[in-house]
Structures are given as structure tokens and as C-alpha cells.
Design a protein around this ligand. Structure first.
Ligand SMILES: Cc1cc2nc3c(=O)[nH]c(=O)nc-3n(C[C@H](O)[C@H](O)[C@H](O)COP(=O)(O)OP(=O)(O)OC[C@H]3O[C@@H](n4cnc5c(N)ncnc54)[C@H](O)[C@@H]3O)c2cc1C
Length: 431
């Protein structure tokens, strides 16, 4: 590969300075994972007394859009308890190994050393900055990247990466960079207006990688058909359990927690958590059904017993002990059970079935502009987990949401970005 002369400046990038002709390390994408990788690569080189030129290129005019909108503008940075079973995608042992290299305590101490303190939200272990502002997190990342000697170049959208004998040529719309190593941290496809539009998958494919399919929105509200009775309950929020059940009745996935009825269907943490399982099942298990338990705290047998003993209270009287009258009436109607008076055996059984296992005829999801994460991506099996280096293309590393790992609601996706970014950055710096 013919290279430009060393350190020859090529282009001026709009908001971010001059593109160097050469770098030791080029990081594609300066979101959570890319910035974290850059910081730890820079720090590792500084600690080893080596000079390392690190360039992070990002297509966005303003960096960190996704960090700023995260957690409703508060940024749920991580969770006090993070384990492999909080994630889906690649295998649990592979996810555990990467998470184990940078546990939550290290996330907390990284940010504490950068001047950020956290508070824990009761009941769910979510950690937020005490400022309640995602800006605190983005500012800390940008400050630490600068002091680790990282050059941030943006807008510089990477359009292609070619591997030469021992170096990569990274083509961007602000000019090319030739680098010894590259970290791909372009994120997935969620919130494309933030700059994460799925183009990283094409870059990975061009370098010989596969992308685990289907690539579908994760953490996304689900849509029910127009006229479905759940859509009439807009605004109702209550704790529920979703079960994705195979045609043979096996539970393929479950998600519990607050559930919100909306004018288009269902949202809230439990819906978001089950959404990727439902969407992936459309491809891998199209016969699977999604069921909703409106009353997870009450076993079916207890509910049936209470209905049997309802007497003058009727079905509505029993359900109203646990649920709003509006929902109770909808459930009776959906089950074809009389809300008042005697409840024949068949109607009782149907009502119990409806309360505990309402089938959800989901017709779609709210899409990439609303989804908080991406299911699918580069499989962990194609990377060396101790370095996040490609097994297919030496010198190429991966970090963050571009990988086939997606977490449930609660700070798990950022923890994945921190852990995989740390591993990739340290390794790419050569320590
Ligand atoms: C609304 C919303 C709220 C969220 N809230 C939380 C939360 O509170 N807690 C949590 O844990 N997770 C949250 N997430 C998920 C979390 O933000 C992501 O998992 C995380 O940001 C992924 O980090 P990343 O660096 O891998 O990708 P991204 O943050 O998507 O960053 C990728 C970067 O790469 C750049 N890029 C992409 N393609 C190119 C290219 N070709 N050339 C140059 N640059 C490119 C993009 O501009 C972007 O800056 C939320 C997501 C959304 C959408």
C-alpha cells in the first residue's frame, strides 16, 4: 500500500481539527465505547512511557449525542449488579469474560477519579451521576480523552477501511488516515440521527467479518393492531410479566417489571426488555407466542380460587382488589366473562387464562428512531476476548454495540461499552 508521508496533514475536518496522515491507532466512532477505548489506549501508552498517536474519528458534527439523551438525559452509567445473564446475543461465557476484565467497581472508580460521583436508584441498582445530567458524563469522557493525548476528529465519517500488509488505510470524508491498528466502535443502528446508522456493520463485513442476524431493534416499544383493547388503556402502568413461549409451550424468554399501555401498544421497562426476544423470534421461532401476565404476584390457582369464592362480588370485585377497574373490565370483556353475578366454570377458566396469559398479537415495533439498542452484530466468537482483536483481520479490534451483545434496561449497555472499550483500548495500545 502506498502511504502518504508521515504526519503529513491532509484535510481540515469541520469541527475537529486536522486529519493526520498516519496514526498508531485509529478509532472509528467516538461514542461511549470509542472514547473509553481511546482513553485507555492513551493511558496505557503514557504509563509505559511510550508515545502513541491515537486518532478517534466520528461522523457526527457534535460528539456524544447518544450519551446526552441516555437515561432520559440523566445517563444511567451502569448498574450495581452486572452479570452475563443481563445480556443477550453472543454466548454467556464470552460476555462474562469481557465484563470480568472491567467490573462495575472500576467504572465507578474511573468516573470518581474524573470527578463524577453517583447515586443509586432504589430497587433497580441503576447508577446515575449526582448532577442528574448526562452532560457530566460526556464532559468527563472528553476531558479524559484529551488528557490521554487522544485526537478527536469530527465530523469525519469513515467510508471504508482497507487492510494492507501491516497497516490499515481508513478512508473518511475528511481525508484518509493510515494506522497500524484500528478499533471499530461505530455502535449499532439505534438512534441513527446520532450518527450510529449501522454503517459499521458494512465496514466489518468488508474486512471479512460476519454480522449475526437478524439485526433488529432492542429495547423498543411494541405495536399492537389498531383497535386492540390494550391501546384503549393508554397511560396505565403496572408491574407485569411477559413470556415468549414456543409452539410446544416452552418459555423461551421472560421479562418482568413496569409495563406501560400506550396509544400504539406497550412500552415501559419490561416491554423493552422482551422486545429483542420477540423480534429475533420472528426469524428463528416464528411460531412463538408472546403472552402477558397482568398479575404476576398472584398464582393462577389462587386467582381461580378467589373467583370461585367471589359470590356477590363477582369477577370485577375480585379483580379490582389487584387491578384498576378499567383494566379489570377490559379483561372480563376480552375473556367473555360477566363482570358481575355468577361466573360459570368455563368463563372463570377463560378469565384466569386472560389475566395470566393474554396473547399479544404484536404487529411491529416503534423502530430504530426509538430503540435504545441493537440486537445482532459482530459475533464475539470472531474476536479474541482478552484483546477484542479480530480473529479474522489481525490489528482490528472491536468495542461496544457493534458487537452481538445487547443488555437489558438498567445501565447494562453502557457497562458493555466501558468493559469492551477498556479491553480493546489497552490491547490496541500494545500493553
Ligand atoms: C435514547 C437512548 C437512551 C439510552 N439510555 C441508556 C442508559 O441510560 N444506559 C445504558 O446503559 N444505555 C443506554 N442506551 C444505550 C447506549 O447509549 C448504547 O448502548 C451505547 O451508547 C453504545 O455505545 P457505542 O460507543 O458502542 O455506540 P454509540 O454510542 O452509538 O457511538 C457510536 C459512534 O460512532 C459514530 N459512527 C458510526 N458510524 C460511523 C462511521 N462510519 N464513521 C465515523 N463515525 C461513525 C457515531 O457517530 C457515534 O458517535 C441508550 C440508548 C438510546 C438510544
Amino acid at each position: 500500500m502506498s502511504l502518504p508521508r508521515e504526519n503529513e496533514p491532509l484535510h481540515a475536518a469541520g469541527g475537529g481539527g486536522t486529519i493526520p496522515a498516519e496514526a498508531d491507532l485509529a478509532i472509528v466512532g467516538a461514542g461511549a465505547a470509542g472514547l473509553f477505548a481511546a482513553i485507555h489506549a492513551g493511558r496505557a501508552a503514557l504509563a509505559a512511557g511510550r508515545s502513541l498517536s491515537i486518532v478517534a474519528l466520528d461522523g457526527a458534527r457534535k460528539l456524544g449525542a447518544k450519551v446526552l439523551v441516555s437515561g432520559g438525559g440523566r445517563c444511567n452509567v451502569t448498574n450495581v449488579r452486572v452479570a452475563e445473564h443481563d445480556y443477550a446475543g453472543s454466548t454467556a461465557p464470552a460476555i462474562r469474560r469481557v465484563l470480568g476484565r472491567f467490573p462495575v467497581e472500576r467504572t465507578v472508580s474511573f468516573f470518581r477519579d474524573a470527578g463524577v460521583s453517583f447515586y443509586e436508584e432504589p430497587d433497580n441498582g441503576k447508577l446515575f451521576p449526582t448532577t442528574d445530567s448526562a452532560r457530566t458524563i460526556l464532559d468527563a469522557l472528553l476531558r479524559e480523552a484529551t488528557s490521554a493525548g487522544v485526537r478527536l476528529l469530527h465530523p469525519a465519517r469513515v467510508t471504508g477501511i482497507v487492510r494492507g500488509e501491516d497497516r490499515f488505510r481508513v478512508e473518511s470524508d475528511a481525508g484518509p488516515v493510515v494506522a497500524r491498528r484500528v478499533i471499530l466502535a461505530t455502535g449499532g443502528q439505534s438512534l441513527p440521527k446520532s450518527g450510529s446508522d449501522g454503517s459499521g456493520f458494512g465496514l466489518a463485513r468488508a474486512l471479512g467479518h460476519s454480522v449475526a442476524e437478524p439485526v433488529v431493534p432492542a429495547l423498543v416499544p411494541l405495536v399492537l393492531p389498531g383497535g386492540h383493547w390494550i391501546r384503549d388503556l393508554t397511560g396505565l402502568a403496572l408491574p407485569c410479566t411477559f413470556t415468549l413461549e414456543s409452539a410446544k409451550g416452552k418459555a423461551l424468554a421472560t421479562a418482568s417489571g413496569s409495563t406501560l399501555c400506550t396509544h400504539t401498544g406497550l412500552s415501559g421497562p419490561a416491554t423493552l426488555d422482551i422486545s429483542r426476544h420477540w423480534l429475533v423470534s420472528r426469524v428463528h421461532a416464528p411460531d412463538a407466542r408472546l403472552l402477558l401476565d397482568w398479575l404476576p404476584a398472584v398464582p393462577a390457582a389462587d386467582l381461580e380460587g378467589a373467583l370461585l369464592a367471589a359470590g356477590a362480588r363477582g369477577a370485577l370485585g375480585v379483580l379490582k382488589c389487584h387491578l384498576t377497574e378499567r383494566l379489570a373490565r377490559c379483561l372480563c370483556t376480552a375473556a367473555g366473562a360477566p363482570p358481575a353475578g355468577d361466573l360459570p366454570r368455563d368463563a372463570r377458566r377463560r378469565l384466569v387464562e386472560t389475566v395470566k396469559r393474554t396473547p399479544l398479537p404484536v404487529v411491529g415495533d416503534r423502530g430504530w428512531n426509538v430503540a435504545e439498542a441493537t440486537a445482532g452484530g459482530v459475533p464475539l466468537s470472531e474476536a479474541r476476548l482478552e484483546s477484542m482483536e479480530s480473529r479474522i483481520c489481525p490489528g482490528l479490534h472491536f468495542a461496544g454495540e457493534i458487537l452481538d451483545v445487547d443488555g437489558r434496561i438498567g445501565g447494562f449497555n453502557f457497562q458493555w461499552a466501558w468493559a469492551s472499550g477498556f479491553v480493546a483500548g489497552r490491547a490496541a495500545a500494545g500493553t
